[in-house]
Design a protein around this ligand. Structure first.
Ligand code: PLP
Length: 403
């Protein structure tokens, strides 16, 4: 950001200000404050071959342009590209690669990402291998001469394991590979991978950026112009673009991202502390707790613990299912990052498809996406759901019941 007062962008220093203003300016024809929903496929040309910069909406659309510029500014990047979903964003990014290219991926990435790599993109001849990216030695050992990209998520889902982005960026730079970070869980309000040395940031805008569980979308943000031009070509050529209404909703969500993330983090921190004290809960995993194995890294790399808490029930899957069934404010649902609190049991819901793999999760694990409701109400809800559990069953008692 420039600090030159003659630069019209000189006031765009702080994240909250960027969230409201970046990429968006009053519509020149009407003065409309919000970028309109340009619900059109084509644009009148002034003369043959002389257009306004917009020719056809797969190529460019003004509502999408505003979203792309906003997202780029939030991540501290130069270029943004919007897609119809997070998966479409990832797909387009990896389509740059071809036979003989290798991608080194984190081993507990979003299930849909693993499916895309393993079941779709591998058919194009791209090689994928998987390591625990939180372990730098595994990353270093996993790099091959043909590694073109390292792909990671931090924090991961649902184990909330962190990877040191700056340290991995040093390895990828030395190797001549790109580092792509899926920043969906933290959002740019808490973590900006490009500023830590990553080359590409990917988002499922469906989650915190949109923030209201009313839109599916994806984003890619980069700094390098040649990489941007490659991706821009693919965005238009493959055409997995979002519609203008979805861009509008995501832009609208972004304006309150800083406020929402503050509330998500404050609520989650308090609930994580509450759950840590509860006798029915054997382990709480939350990056804002000192008990998190990477608490120091979380403090260094993230501006807050985030809105997701995972916890393991003393009573295993039965207890996890019981809690998830008995909350009233926390809705039983997949997805995350919206204003409303959600609860799920990964082993039988979001992670059922990986039950037999190395990604399998503890059956007693519960994941909550903490919303922005009043925290006392949320705590009371978890408390009453936990109180409905049968008394914690000791192995002998289980036998007695089973007999
Ligand atoms: C949801 C999610 C995705 C996929 O995004 P969609 O918008 O559902 O296609 C990718 N990565 C992470 C971390 C997610 O949570």
């Amino acid at each position: 950001m420039s600090s030159n007062p003659s630069d019209p962008n000189h006031l765009l220093h702080h994240f909250e200000t960027l969230a409201v203003h970046a990429g968006v300016s009053p519509d020149p024809t009407t003065g409309a404050i919000m970028t309109p929903i340009f619900q059109n496929s084509t644009y009148a040309q002034r003369a043959v071959g002389e257009h306004t910069g917009y020719e056809y909406s797969r190529t460019d659309n003004p509502t999408r342009t505003a979203l792309q510029n906003s997202a780029a500014a939030l991540e501290g990047g130069r270029y943004g590209l919007a897609f119809a979903s997070g998966m479409a964003a990832t797909d387009t990014l990896v389509r740059r690669l071809g036979p003989g290219d290798h991608v080194l991926s984190g081993n507990d990435v979003y299930g849909g990402t693993y499916r895309l790599f393993d079941k779709v993109l591998a058919k194009n001849g791209v090689e994928f291998s998987y390591v625990d990216t939180s372990d730098l030695e595994q990353v270093e050992a996993g790099l091959r001469p043909n590694t073109r990209m390292v792909w990671l998520e931090t924090p991961t889902n649902p184990m909330l394991r962190l990877t040191d982005i700056a340290a991995v960026a040093q390895l990828t730079q030395a190797h001549g590979a790109l580092l792509a970070v899926d920043n969906t869980f933290a959002s740019p309000a808490l973590q900006r991978p490009l500023l830590l040395g990553a080359d590409v940031v990917v988002h499922s805008a469906t989650k915190y950026l949109g923030g209201h569980s009313d839109v599916v979308g994806g984003l890619v943000i980069v700094n390098d112009q040649a990489l941007y031009e490659d991706l821009k070509f693919l965005q238009n050529a493959a055409g997995a673009v979002p519609g203008p209404m979805d861009c509008f909703l995501t832009l609208r969500g972004i304006k309150t991202l800083p406020l929402r993330m503050q509330a998500h983090c404050a609520n989650a921190q308090r609930l994580a502390e509450f759950l840590s004290q509860h006798s029915a809960v054997s382990q709480v995993i939350y990056p804002g707790l000192e008990s998190h194995p990477q608490y120091e890294l979380a403090k260094r790399q993230m501006a807050g613990g985030g809105g997701i808490i995972s916890f393991i029930m003393e009573g295993g899957e039965a207890a996890a299912s019981s809690v998830a069934a008995n909350t009233q404010l926390f809705t039983l649902a997949e997805s995350l990052g919206g204003v409303e609190s959600l609860i799920e049991v990964p082993a039988v819901m979001t992670h059922a498809s990986v039950a037999d793999s190395s990604l399998a999760v503890d059956p007693g694990l519960v994941r909550v996406s903490v919303g922005i409701e009043n925290c006392a109400d949320l705590e009371a809800d978890l408390s009453q759901a936990l109180a409905q559990l049968a008394p914690v069953s000791k192995p002998a008692a289980v036998e007695a019941v089973g007999a």
